[in-house]
Ligand binder design. Structure first.
Ligand SMILES: Cc1cc2nc3c(=O)[nH]c(=O)nc-3n(C[C@H](O)[C@H](O)[C@H](O)COP(=O)(O)OP(=O)(O)OC[C@H]3O[C@@H](n4cnc5c(N)ncnc54)[C@H](O)[C@@H]3O)c2cc1C
Length: 392
């Protein structure tokens, strides 16, 4: 008989785990509490590690068809001077909904049972997923991929520390102008991070027609947190972006927008008995490195490869955590460190970005996760369990 997995959450982590297990011959059921599978937050930076996960699932090209390769990445100060410039990092920007749609469709093609409006209440380490309805479902493996407020994690008492960092962001998507599109053809698509005081604006094309923008600020900055955008207040911080804020005000889909606080967490362990937790449920991080989704996908693929390579589920879960956790904690650390510049004086912040762009050791720490070869990576989608490697 096929081994069976019950998964809580049809987000990035849950769907990658579902596809990767189904590809390895598992029977899989995914429970999503919402009526439809919907991604929150518009777009995502896809870096090489995430692309390797998708390549292993045979979905890289289909997902990239919905996005754009970003060839330039810059940070700029409040006078619009460039403080860091990186080229050809291999990052793409893709719509979140497109990624989730492609993953869900592939899961269903492989026979995964994806159940909407099926809220999960918790899990039992013996191998049971407990639904909010009270139903208990037995499985060889239970996965909690139910996001930052994970019911599975909390029912097992795995949380050691959860910290709200004191900053957060608003995300929007707006149409691009003809001049912006023309610049792609001459200089190449640009992701730009503008800083002024404790406020930051990130702009990035997400397709030829759409621009994704993130406005981050301190939680105490009421005018910067306002939804819809307070154009006057943001324009006072970034006069050179005033027309962009005006476009946001009239063109963004404000009823879908909210201010999201950043947070980071640490668990006592990523598993208990036959239950594993992954993604934001286990290792949520600030989005400064754009790696939350990449890490959720990497740990999900690695989990599938680990349990498939061993008949001992609980032992393979411990081994999975031992192998994967150091890189994930490195990513959480560097993402938090990057966020500290929010409260630094402008001159010190500019110095830090110049160092990040020019000091090899710093750049390697910053890019280590993006360059990682995920456990279970296989270009042909068969996903063995290779020795751990990190690309040079
Ligand atoms: C402002 C901001 C910008 C970001 N930008 C980036 C970026 O550019 N790149 C990047 O890689 N990451 C980014 N992230 C982080 C990224 O969004 C998360 O790390 C990622 O969504 C985690 O995936 P996940 O599958 O673990 O959780 P989620 O995506 O949260 O999925 C969890 C799923 O579980 C479902 N669920 C929850 N509770 C239950 C329940 N009880 N029963 C059943 N289902 C349930 C939810 O509805 C959801 O579908 C950003 C985050 C923020 C806040």
């Amino acid at each position: 008989m096929k081994p069976h997995a019950e998964i809580a959450g049809a987000g990035f982590g849950g769907l990658v785990a579902a596809v990767a297990l189904a590809q390895r011959g598992w029977s899989v059921r995914v429970h999503e509490r919402t009526p439809a599978i919907r991604a929150e937050g518009f777009a995502i930076a896809m870096q090489p590690n995430m692309l390797r996960v998708l390549e292993s699932l045979g979905l890289r090209e289909e997902i990239l068809r919905g996005g754009l390769l970003i060839v330039r990445r810059e940070t700029r100060d409040e006078k619009n001077n460039v403080t860091m410039a990186l080229r050809n990092q291999g990052a793409h920007r893709v719509s979140r909904q497109h990624i989730v749609n492609v993953l869900a469709q592939r899961a269903m093609q492989l026979g995964v049972d994806v159940r909407a409006e099926s809220a999960v209440a918790g899990a039992d380490p013996s191998g049971e997923l407990i639904l909010a309805s009270g139903e208990r479902l037995r499985a060889d493996l239970v996965i909690g991929a139910d996001g930052v407020n994970s019911a599975v994690r909390d029912s097992l008492g795995l949380l050691a520390r959860r910290r709200v960092t004191g900053d957060g962001a608003t995300r929007v998507m707006i149409p691009r102008t003809a001049e912006e599109v023309a610049e792609d053809d001459t200089l190449g698509p640009l992701t730009c991070e503008y800083w002024s005081g404790t406020r930051r604006v990130i702009t990035s094309p997400c397709s030829r027609d759409e621009m994704y923008a993130v406005m981050s600020c301190l939680a105490s900055d009421e005018r910067a947190r306002a939804v819809p955008i307070d154009v006057e207040s943001w324009s006072a911080s970034f006069p050179h972006l005033a027309s962009l804020f005006e476009r946001m005000r009239t063109q963004a889909e404000w009823p879908r927008v909210k201010w999201s606080p950043f947070e980071t967490m640490r668990l006592h362990a990523w598993s208990k008995g036959r239950v594993a937790v992954l993604g934001d449920a286990a290792h949520s991080m600030t989005p400064n490195l754009g790696q939350g989704t990449g890490c959720a996908m990497m740990t999900a693929l690695a989990l599938a490869a680990s349990v498939d390579a061993s008949g001992d589920i609980t032992g393979s879960l411990r081994e999975w955590e031992r192998r994967e956790r150091p890189l994930i904690e490195h990513t959480q650390r560097w993402s938090s460190l990057y966020g500290h510049v929010t409260v630094w004086p402008q001159a010190l912040r500019s110095l830090a970005f110049r160092a990040l762009g020019s000091v090899g050791w710093l750049r390697r720490q910053y890019q280590r996760t993006a360059q990682h070869i995920p456990t279970g990576y296989s270009p042909d989608g068969t996903g063995g369990l290779p020795a751990r490697r990190t690309a040079p």
